[in-house]
Design a protein around this ligand. Structure first.
Ligand code: PBG
Length: 331
């Protein structure tokens, strides 16, 4: 058995070219999905205070600029989140033909035929109580919610969505959406399931961005316990069996082992969601001068890819694509 001094791993780290040749994981713009928050109104770009650099954008006048930038940077996909004009018990705007996400989809579909349009299919941004489904007797009713999710998915598909991404952690949500899409003639649209989504403190800033904090209780009756990984494998398997085309693990940074576990047990493409709180932490530390933002963010996203994610949803997407186009990024 040879070891030191015959074997010297440092030899492969001596120059940038040697390090590139030895690199096991790649991170490129094509692996990124950029989130976008859309609002009613015209020429609005409202920065989210806990997410510097991330804006709620009006479909009129602003969303095109965002899509232009994604195309220029080689980012193939965006995921839309909507802020409705009004909220009610069932979240009616969620499945309205002229809802905010449907408007965004119609505009982008005609102007950006190559951009992959993903939508978050959930109730929390649209309901007056802020929960991810229909509330009955103080709790989210799983099966009543499924019917709504089917309607939302079909209305997004009608408006041009390529991929429907249910995020509410309802049992049977993938099957319900798949069969609603198929009955409406949308056999060609994909389902990206937020199959493994934890009840996480790292969604805090998103709830400001999407105005979706629950008005009572929390989401622990439907989102997963951060302590569990066997259950993640179970959830992923169920959604695969229900017909999901892509699976997601969310959040990412505290769950890299979960990404790995799911990766090893499914052949479906896997997406990691680098969530709002993860973004906010990086931004805050960078603003204080405590970390090098570019290096820290590239390291974190490379880690998600190394753990087994094929793609990463990230609020850093545009910055990452810019950094990767600079030569020193891959040195
Ligand atoms: C909707 C949804 C949430 C996120 C994505 N879709 C919020 C939640 O579950 O509370 C969080 C995304 C993020 O924090 O960046 N259910």
């Amino acid at each position: 058995m040879s070891s030191f001094p015959q074997i010297r791993p440092r030899r492969r780290r001596r120059t940038p070219a040697l390090r590139r040749l030895s690199r096991e994981t790649t991170l490129a713009a094509e692996h990124l999905i950029a989130p976008a928050f859309v609002v009613h109104g015209a020429d609005l770009a409202h920065e989210i205070s806990s997410m510097p650099g991330v804006f709620q954008l009006s479909v009129a006048g602003r969303l095109d600029q965002e899509a232009d930038q994604l195309e220029e940077l080689g980012i193939p996909a965006l995921i839309l989140f909507g802020l409705p004009a009004a909220k009610d018990e069932v979240g009616s705007e969620n499945f309205a033909a002229d809802g905010i996400v449907q408007r965004a989809l119609r505009r982008l579909r005609t102007r950006y035929p190559r951009l992959l349009l993903i939508t978050d299919v959930c109730c929390c941004e649209y309901t007056s109580h802020g929960h991810c489904g229909i509330v009955k007797d103080g709790a989210v009713d799983n099966d009543a919610t499924l019917e709504i999710l089917g309607r939302v998915a079909v209305s997004h598909a009608e408006a041009g969505a390529d991929i429907l991404a249910p995020s509410g952690m309802m049992d049977g949500m993938v099957k319900a959406i798949r069969s609603a899409l198929d009955s409406a003639g949308f056999q060609d649209r994909s389902v990206l399931s937020y199959a493994v989504k934890y009840a996480s403190a790292f969604y805090g800033p998103f709830r400001e961005a999407a105005d979706s904090a629950p008005s009572f209780g929390d989401r622990r009756q439907y989102q997963m316990d951060p302590a569990n990984v066997r259950e993640a494998v179970l959830e992923a398997g169920l959604d695969e069996a229900e017909g999901a085309d892509f699976l997601m693990v969310k959040p990412a940074l505290a769950y890299l082992d979960v990404i790995r576990a799911v990766r090893e047990r499914t052949s479906l493409p896997l997406v990691a969601y680098n969530v709002s709180g993860e973004y906010a932490m990086m931004k805050a530390a960078a603003q204080l001068g405590w970390i090098d933002e570019r290096r820290a963010v590239l390291e974190a996203l490379t880690g998600m890819r190394r753990a087994g994610a094929d793609a990463v949803i990230s609020y850093h997407a545009k910055d990452v694509a810019r950094w990767l186009s600079e030569p020193e990024a891959t040195a």
